[in-house]
Write a protein that binds this ligand. Structure first.
Ligand SMILES: Nc1ncnc2c1ncn2[C@@H]1O[C@H](COP(=O)(O)OP(=O)(O)O)[C@@H](O)[C@H]1O
Ligand SMILES: [Mg+2]
Length: 382
């Protein structure tokens, strides 16, 4: 009797510790946000943790408990590579397998997963089970590629600025001497034409160099609280003549009572001018250019948003991917330098802002979001 009760207690203890360990495992799989799978190589059965429901959104009933279900849900482009590499690890004496691949979610989209698995072998070294965990790394991948792009852009910008710096002084000399010589010439001098050509081209280079140098100016010298609407109007007065010439209708929708933005008036005008110039170029047969300002509140953050919209050609996928790169242009030599948007990008970045766009045939819109200066009543009353 006594013996039996102690055996009973032992069984109960075992049951209790099993329950605890199962519970702990359940919590762990819930906490990790991973999908854990356990593949029995003898029966080919696969067990999936809650992650298959929670993050891949499958219903339990959709999930077939065999390995072919997993294989079928690996992206077709990755399937052969992934399945082969896992089989190789199992067939060789390997213990660890890891891979990155796209996996199908219940809604038909693919997530990028990192899968790490462990091959368990019996005492004869034959593989018996594989236990793996899939982690969704889509967000991380997206961030990585965004960072790479940003790094590439700023590296190219720095290179361009370095070159501009070197060219700036010799250019000054060329311009100075040619202008000096022109002043001393009589108007019928045969050197008048070549010297004026030198001057004109040197001025063109100087402007280009000036644009490039904007990249290297890490701090803006003329920073201050600025009135966005006034700044936009100032820029538009410069391009009004161009809009008349190119049969483009210019519309403005400026919001009242905008808070100020801390920044450089010149540089923000440059944003407007560069975006508007691109819009003109995209509407060779005329169209409508709309410039808007508005206040956007996102939680505790407020933004002053500048929107430049046109009814032009729109951009292809390739152009959309490359347009912010310095020197990327689709325009003929002499028409485009490919610096407009990369400068806009740099300026926005320096102002702690964000830039976004939408483009399709007949409609392109750029959004520039700059942090609003809030809680600064004295500025707004001016
Ligand atoms: N509003 C727009 N509509 C259509 N294409 C545009 C627009 N803005 C920019 N692009 C495209 O992006 C390219 C890069 O623009 P940008 O950096 O200003 O250089 P650039 O104007 O000198 O070519 C342009 O050549 C053009 O193909
Ligand atoms: Mg341009």
């Amino acid at each position: 009797m006594k013996k039996e009760s102690s055996a009973n207690r032992e069984i109960n203890d075992l049951k209790e510790s099993l329950r605890k360990s199962e519970e702990r495992f359940k919590f762990v799989s819930m906490a990790t946000n991973d999908t854990v799978w356990d593949w029995d190589l003898k029966t080919n059965n696969v067990w999936w943790s809650e992650g298959i429901v929670n993050f891949l959104n499958y219903q339990r009933d959709d999930v077939k408990g065999d390995i072919s279900w997993w294989e079928e849900h690996v992206h077709p482009e990755d399937r052969k590579r992934i399945v082969d590499s896992l089989k190789t690890v199992i067939a060789s004496n390997g213990q660890l397998w890891s891979a990155e691949y796209k996996f199908l979610r219940a809604d038909g989209s693919y997530v990028i997963v990192y899968n790490r698995a462990y091959v368990i072998r019996d005492d004869k070294d034959s593989p018996v089970r594989v236990i793996g965990a899939m982690t969704d790394i889509s967000e991380r991948k997206k961030m990585e590629s965004r960072m790479l792009r940003t790094e590439k852009l700023s590296a190219m910008g720095q290179l361009a600025a370095g070159v501009a710096h070197e060219i700036n002084n010799p250019l000054g000399v060329i311009l100075g001497f040619s202008q000096g010589a022109i002043r001393r010439l009589k108007s019928d001098d045969p050197l008048d034409y070549p010297l004026k050509s030198i001057e004109r081209e040197a001025v063109r280079c100087k402007n280009l160099v000036q644009d490039l140098l904007t990249f290297s100016r890490s701090t803006t010298t003329d920073q201050g609280p600025i009135d966005m609407n006034q700044t936009v109007m100032g820029a538009l007065s410069l391009i009004r003549a161009q809009s008349k010439m190119s049969k483009v209708e210019l519309e403005t929708k400026l919001a009242d009572g905008l808070p100020r933005v801390l920044g450089s008036k010149n540089q923000i005008q440059q944003i407007v001018i560069n975006l508007a110039t691109n819009s003109f170029d995209a509407m060779p047969d005329g169209g409508v250019l709309t410039v808007k300002t508005e206040l956007v509140n996102e939680g505790i953050r407020s933004w002053v948003v500048l929107r430049v919209e046109d009814t032009g050609t729109g951009m292809s996928q390739e152009v959309r991917e490359k347009m912010f790169e310095p020197f990327f242009t689709t325009k003929p030599v002499g028409r485009g330098t490919g610096l407009g948007l990369s400068l806009v990008y740099e300026i926005v970045k320096k102002h702690s802002g964000l830039i976004n766009f939408e483009s399709q045939e007949g409609h392109t819109e750029f959004f520039v979001k700059l942090p609003a200066r809030t809680g600064d009543e004295s500025d707004q009353k001016e």
